[in-house]
Design a binder for this molecule. Structure first.
Ligand code: XMP
Length: 531
């Protein structure tokens, strides 16, 4: 994994023992404007020392310290003089490694508790005498290592918060990072600001400056291509690279004929006209649509679209090179670099302990396969950022809200929302219906509150009546979901009036549709897209 920003930054390293909350810890720290990075639990002490963190956090994890193969850390780490905060499993391990006693209680304790504070720990400065906390643990400390003392207890646990102030070692049996510990962030702030002496120097402005400097160093005077989809990640990457290297960047925007209404217009306006990014617009709709003729199987659709995208992109890059040569630019040796909007959740090495993969977030990559096929070197300037940070970066770089806060849209586009065969006529019906969903969601203030809201054209016709005429037309389904990361989702309880408006408008305005239905399935067991 690449390491951070710059060594002058304050930095907290989080040793990941497989907790489902590890990423939450990292985000909480960054919300406090301190850079944090997740590393494997077995990172050697020498490497940690070399990374010069201001503090370490040991995450929780599903294992018991007595499990065979329980993840162990390098005990030398406790001798480095770097402040350490152990959370849950992290505390158990610290107590166990330093000579205390930990027992496996056999029962897992979950849920809310009240922490009673004593002995005035710096960790709880300004937090009063008691705190609501959230527990989730199986092991319990029963005797402390030498030098430690208790600074907080709960009903079920005499060692809920402990410290060795001398050695700057701290442990919490509960989870300060979760929302169910309402003042948990203040505990983390006490740790990072007062105990680790971190400065609040992780700001978007400084990130962007440093990211630009890194990109310039990586690519020198070479040229870079980027597959711009119009989604948040590729858009922010484009804006950042444009700031860093100007015309050395060319964005390729492929119209695969499966885009939403006016999508190509928006992208060309924002990037071409406003940002003056060198943009190559490729209208390949006919190529894609002819490949999809007669295809109804979802996987075949996806494969054909994916493969064709690579071909179109490759061809576009060759054309760019030709154009450059024609324009007398003989200096550069081709497009060696491919920029991608890879995010931090995609690059954290996953730790799988006891069948509990710490990291489950994986995004589908629209440009998957490109680097291998074309021997590109990757430029990934936002790979340190979480999604919400990418959005902040986008705003900072001057991207409009309609790009920065837009809903995710799948690479295979409307093809996976046109169930059955994808034809120009069916696409146009779906596009019109989708535009109504989007504009009504926006007008009612719901668009930015949900994860996704869209229409699906079903391969189902049904009987209706219009005036005195009997109709036999298409059905549109509405999918409106809330989600944190796309891995799980639930349907949103949208006001009936809004649903009624969307349905009326679709039936009245979209020729070929006489019925609208609402999808009320959660994920799992359903997926968000229908194909
Ligand atoms: P599913 O349908 O798997 O979707 O529940 C989860 C999230 O991923 C998006 N999605 C895709 N994004 N290429 C993408 O870039 C794809 O092939 C793709 N398939 C699904 C989907 O819109 C949802 O946000």
């Amino acid at each position: 994994m690449k390491t951070p920003a710059s060594s002058t930054h304050s930095k907290i390293l989080i040793l990941d023992f497989g907790s489902q909350y590890t990423q939450v810890i990292a985000r909480r720290i960054r919300e406090c404007q301190v850079y944090s990075e997740i590393v494997r639990f077995d990172m050697p002490a020498a490497e940690i020392a070399a990374a010069k963190p201001h503090g370490l956090i040991l995450s929780g994890g599903p294992a018991s310290v007595y499990d065979k193969g329980a993840p162990q850390m390098d005990p030398e780490i406790f001798l480095l003089g770097i402040p350490v905060l152990g959370i849950c499993y992290g505390l158990m391990l610290m107590a166990h490694d330093l000579g205390g006693k930990v027992v496996f209680t056999g029962r897992r304790e979950y849920g809310a508790g009240m922490l009673h504070l004593k002995n005035g720990s710096e960790l709880f400065d300004g937090l009063g005498n008691q705190l609501d906390v959230w527990n989730s643990h199986g092991d319990e400390v029963t005797a402390l290592p030498k030098g430690f003392r208790v600074v907080g207890t709960t009903e079920g646990c005499n060692f809920a918060a402990v410290e060795d102030r001398q050695r700057k070692l701290y442990g919490l049996q509960f989870h300060p990072e979760v929302a169910h510990t309402p003042r948990g962030k203040e505990i983390l702030q006490n740790f990072i600001y007062h105990i680790c002496h971190c400065a609040m120097d992780w700001t978007m402005g400084s990130f962007i400056e440093e990211a630009c400097a890194r990109v310039r160093k990586q690519v020198g005077d070479q040229k870079v291509v980027l597959g711009l989809s119009g989604g948040v990640d590729s858009s922010v990457t484009a804006a950042l690279l444009h700031k860093a290297i100007g015309d050395q960047l060319t964005c390729i925007f492929v119209n695969n004929g499966l885009l939403r209404a006016r999508e190509e217009e928006i992208v060309q306006r924002v990037f071409g006209e406003n940002f003056h990014v060198r943009l190559k617009y490729v209208d390949a709709s006919e190529r894609f649509l002819s490949l999809l003729k007669g295809v109804t199987d979802p996987e075949t659709k996806r494969k054909r679209i994916g493969n064709e995208f690579i071909k179109v992109f490759q061809q576009a890059t060759e054309e760019l090179l030709e154009e450059d040569r024609r324009n007398g630019d003989r200096k550069h040796g081709g497009y060696k670099f491919l920029a991608q909007g890879t995010l931090y959740p995609d690059v954290i090495e996953s730790v799988s302990i006891g069948g509990n993969p710490a990291q489950v977030i994986k995004s589908h990559h629209n440009v998957g396969g490109l680097p291998e096929k074309m021997h590109f070197e990757l430029v990934e300037p936002v790979r340190q950022l979480f999604k919400d940070e990418v959005r902040q970066a986008g705003l900072h770089l001057g991207l409009p809200k309609e790009i920065v806060y837009r809903q995710p849209f799948p690479g295979p586009g409307l093809a996976v929302r046109t169930l059955g065969e994808v034809t120009p006529k069916r696409l146009s019906i779906l596009r019109e219906a989708d535009m109504i969903v989007q504009s009504e969601m926006e007008a009612a203030g719901w668009y930015y509150k949900v994860w996704q809201s869209f229409a699906i054209l079903l391969p189902v016709q049904s009987v209706g009546v219009m005036g005195d005429q009997r109709t036999y037309e298409n059905t549109v389904a509405l999918r409106i979901v809330e989600s944190q990361d796309g891995m799980t989702a639930d349907w949103v309880r949208i006001p009936y009036e809004l649903l009624a408006r969307i349905s009326n408008r679709i039936c009245n305005e979209v020729k070929g549709v006489n019925r609208v239905v609402l999808d009320i399935s959660s994920k799992p067991p359903s997926t968000i897209e229908w194909e």
